[in-house]
Design a protein around this ligand. Structure first.
Ligand SMILES: Cc1cc2nc3c(=O)[nH]c(=O)nc-3n(C[C@H](O)[C@H](O)[C@H](O)COP(=O)(O)OP(=O)(O)OC[C@H]3O[C@@H](n4cnc5c(N)ncnc54)[C@H](O)[C@@H]3O)c2cc1C
Length: 341
């Protein structure tokens, strides 16, 4: 560590680097019991990553990025722009034992009010769309919306049923996003990804590897790009209309009118989670600043001043009510990031 001054203000351990510019000069640690030894790996990594040109911020308020607009601070967040930068982040964190959390558009996540310890990798700047031998390849940070639009421009169709789903191609692949009878797995051919220790791998399409809102990737894998095998279609104007129709339907149903993360729970086999929640009397139920949507009972919304705890506790109340009435345990579709229990 170069000329770092360490001081403790009673709440946090701070390290100040006088030779750095103002934006970088304060290195804030939220862990009350942080020792000098414990923060050293972080200082080294922060230094190395910024030197190699990766945008990285500390003490970053995640609520600025989540679709629910809730969530506390990440110790660090990195915004890599290519696979090489992701490899650098992963190998440095892996070697130093720093936990890594992968995110895309954060439209299907609930981030703890206490934030996320370690490093968050935000993949939304990994951009690119490539046509290759009949395949349409989308880099992880492309919005699903753009992937659909551009594939249609290239007279390739199939993804239009997913029109209006927010978030990135990487997040959609991770969660096997779906709507109107189609999901990512319908057209998935392969995905390139990196394992938590920075190894580059390719996930081929196995017929049984994806299931409803689930993909075969392991926690910590970072999806870099997804190759889709789409249908060649000279009359792609019809697909464009279809896509706009599905998006308009969502708008008409009020899906974009409130802050949400989409469906909070997975549908149990052959059942609708929304319908179970409604029949359990929870539609419109409020808890703190959170509410079960009056338009779609499987949406939990932030009325404006909700905390992540409000949303989490409301989801537990919903689970309890459905369990009591039907004996069915609803499984969360939304990813929980950070500590909740
Ligand atoms: C209004 C609204 C409507 C929605 N409608 C639908 C719908 O109809 N169908 C549907 O399936 N979903 C729907 N969603 C949920 C959400 O938009 C999708 O699940 C979306 O695909 C999530 O993408 P994301 O980039 O935001 O992922 P995030 O929310 O950032 O992450 C979701 C999960 O994927 C992981 N992840 C993200 N990116 C990567 C990556 N590059 N590599 C590895 N793991 C990664 C994260 O760790 C996390 O576990 C809706 C959400 C909203 C707000």
């Amino acid at each position: 560590m170069k000329n770092g001054l360490i001081f403790h203000d009673g709440r946090k351990t701070n390290v100040c680097f006088p030779e750095w510019n103002r934006a970088q000069s304060l290195f804030v640690f939220q862990w009350k019991k942080t020792s000098f030894q414990a923060i050293l790996p972080y200082v080294k990594i922060f230094d190395k990553l910024t030197e190699s040109g990766i945008r990285i911020e500390d003490d970053f308020e995640m609520g600025k990025l989540t679709s629910l607009r809730t969530g506390g601070c990440a110790d660090y967040i990195a915004f890599p722009e290519n696979a090489g930068q992701i490899a650098d982040i992963l190998s440095l964190c892996h070697d130093s034992g720093i936990p890594v959390t992968v995110t895309g558009g954060l439209t299907n996540c609930l981030v703890s009010d206490e934030g996320i310890r370690g490093m968050v990798i935000c993949t939304r700047h990994i951009k690119g769309l490539v046509m290759k031998g009949g395949l349409f390849i989308a880099y992880a940070g492309e919005s699903l919306e753009n992937v659909i639009n551009k594939s249609i421009e290239h007279n390739l169709t199939g993804l239009e049923e997913l029109g209006g789903i927010p978030g990135t191609a990487g997040g959609a692949t991770w969660g096997n996003a779906g709507a109107n009878g189609v999901s990512i797995s319908t057209f998935f051919f392969y995905a390139d990804y990196m394992t938590a220790d920075g190894k580059l791998k390719r996930m081929p399409s196995f017929c049984d590897a994806f299931s409803y809102r689930k993909s075969p990737f392991s926690k910590g894998d970072v999806i870099l790009s997804t190759a889709f095998r789409l249908k060649a279609d000279r009359n792609s104007a019809v697909a464009r209309e279809k896509k706009e129709y599905y998006k308009e339907e969502r708008r008409r149903k009020g899906q974009y009118d409130a802050l949400s993360a989409g469906c909070f729970f997975r549908n149990p086999p052959a059942l609708s989670a929304g319908s179970l929640i409604e029949q359990a009397g929870m539609k419109g139920f409020e808890h703190g600043g959170a509410m079960v949507s009056t338009r779609h009972a499987n949406f939990i919304i932030n009325k404006g001043n909700a905390s992540s705890r409000d949303i989490f506790e409301l989801s537990e109340l919903v689970q309890n009510a459905v369990e009591k009435k039907f004996g069915i345990t609803l499984e969360r579709e939304v990813s929980l990031l950070g500590k909740f229990q």
